[in-house]
Design a binder for this molecule. Sequence first.
Ligand code: HEC
Ligand code: HEC
Length: 442
Amino acid sequence: MNKNLLYVLAFFVTVLALQCTVDHLDNPLDHKLRTTLNDLSPSGSYEHFTLPESHDYSNIPQDENNPLTAVKIELGKMLFFETGLALAPLHDESLEGYSCGTCHVPEACFMPERVQGIADGGFGMGHNREKLDSYEGNEIDAQGVRPLVMLNLAYVPNTTWNGRFGAGGVNTGTEAVWEGETELNHLGYQGLETQNIEGLHLHRMVVNEDVIDTLGYRQYFDTAFPEMSKEDRYSPLGASFAISAYLRSIVTNKSPFQQWLKGNDEAMTDPEKRGALLFYGKALCYRCHKGPALNAVEFYSLGVKDLYQTGQAFATGPDDPRNLGRGDFTKDPADNHKFKVPQLYNLKDGDFYFHGSSHTDLHDVVEYFNEGVPENPNVPEEQIAPQFHPLYLSHSEMEDLTEFLKHGLYDSDLQRYVPESVLSGNCIPNNDPLSREDLGCE
Ligand code: HEC
Ligand code: HEC
């Protein structure tokens, strides 16, 4: 090649490289955000907020009784969507019709696309899922709070809106109230392992040696749990361990904010960066939404409405003990109406926010925090979190904060956590006739 041309090329490459470096140094938002995060981080470094890679098992928080392995995760990934486990419905129409994924729909941020999830006794997908006529009154499987999101659960040692599952963490010292379903806490596991045993039963699914063989999962269970007794292995305990491992592997590490934390300054737009600065600054969101998952196992009342107040929910009402949040579990009135601080990734795909599905738009949620006025008259004033107060954000500040929530915290590739099929060959996540039609399984 002509030597002069080479020099000219080299010159341009150098200029371009310099230009990039200058741009990089030039954007004061990057520097400001990094300094802010360093200051707020318990470790002194913004890296504290970084989520692990999905296959970096040693850096994903887990239960020492159930170490993460690839085969457990693969098995759990199928079981979560396995409609073949739906073997204990109240009426035959729902047999093999539903799965965990019925109420935790991946495309809807693992929420149900309605104010409330319906598994046994429902038909159809998402927004169109309805109660079957053959199910009377409260027979359907539906709970008095909105389903939680299945993202970044590795950072949730105590599960559910009131944190009742899990032997350690915030439940240390609450042993006296472990009764009914929470008796399982005595097994000594974290929230996921504990709750998912109960979840299989509650959601009318069956796991035993026969079912495992019929569906073809024996080899998976054997490879995943060689040291577990056969009695535990082919039971809801083995299934719960696999599902828990899978759920811990679901990490939103491809979101722009996470890319930015790993050094790609171009990953976030300026409005998203300004939004992040508000989140970690003037809007004070970081006081409750902490760490890599922007969550906390802490309980607060924001005075939001309960599910029955939407007027669209089954099997709940003003006397539903779940309305009391943490207080329903601890029986301490000081905990009444207080709910766990949820993670904040990928909420753009959800359609309902807060434990009672009282808001349907993320900008509305930001406005709710900005106004700082409780919407639920049933919640006594003294229960409301002192951190819930007017924030005096301007219109454009609220826009920026919403941008950060909607796009900065959005991992657009969650399909990597959804199996292509399950061993039964059934349709997923639902397998009732109408869903099969909706999903193109016919
Ligand atoms: C009928 C709808 C429905 C079905 C089916 C369902 N869930 Fe849920 N899920 C919920 C609701 C509602 C909550 C919140 C419960 C609460 O706070 O008391 C929840 C919460 C959870 C949580 C707690 C997450 C956290 O952040 O604390 C986990 C884990 C979970 N579900 C796993 C499962 C698994 C595993 C299955 C299948 C065995 C399943 N779910 C099936 C409705 C459902
Ligand atoms: C006092 C602690 C606290 C502060 C401060 C706080 N949050 Fe929250 N946040 C919570 C709790 C608790 C919930 C769940 C409340 C409920 O549903 O009853 C929640 C729920 C949310 C939700 C809905 C999530 C879902 O799954 O439905 C979003 C979005 C959110 N917060 C964003 C923010 C933003 C943005 C800020 C700053 C303006 C903020 N939060 C400040 C505690 C807090």
